[in-house]
Design a protein around this ligand. Structure first.
Ligand SMILES: [Zn+2]
Length: 143
């Protein structure tokens, strides 16, 4: 999560909402890919931290299935990212702050654990939640 927080700081420096993500290999320690929000930087509405990390990890592995991998992200994934996580078959999603306005991993929706879907990653929430949330609060307060 510390690495994901460092990624989130990079997003803020580029004027993007500070959210960072890290994709870990099946061993749980090797970093396959990282990502941070780049919507403002790239003008791409889908350039969320999670999507970028998923794309980079898949490119690195040469495989769209990220089986047994773990995605760590500072903010609860939105519906788009939750969908991408299910599609990529990651095993586990770890997030920091909850997103009561748009979260899709337990807050507003629970896309990743929807029983109607074949693949349901394990979810661990609240890791360094205060630090992750403070980064966002400070960013929006400064605007
Ligand atoms: Zn998202």
């Amino acid at each position: 999560m510390c690495l994901a927080l460092a990624e989130a700081h990079k997003a803020a420096r580029g004027g993007d909402v500070p959210v960072g993500a890290v994709l870990l290999a099946p061993d749980g320690t090797t970093v396959l890919a990282t990502g941070h929000n780049e919507r403002e930087a790239t003008g791409d509405p889908t350039a969320h931290a999670e999507v970028l990390a998923i794309r980079r990890a898949a490119a690195r592995l040469g495989e769209w299935r990220l089986a047994d991998c773990t995605l760590v992200v500072t903010l609860e994934p939105c519906t788009m990212c939750a969908g991408a996580l299910v599609q990529s078959r990651v095993d586990r999603v770890v997030y920091g702050a909850r997103d009561d306005k748009a979260g899709a991993a337990g807050s507003l929706w629970d896309v990743v654990r929807d029983r109607r879907l074949n693949h349901r990653p394990e979810v661990v929430e609240g890791v360094l939640a205060e630090e992750c949330a403070r980064l966002l609060t400070d960013f929006f307060r400064a605007r």
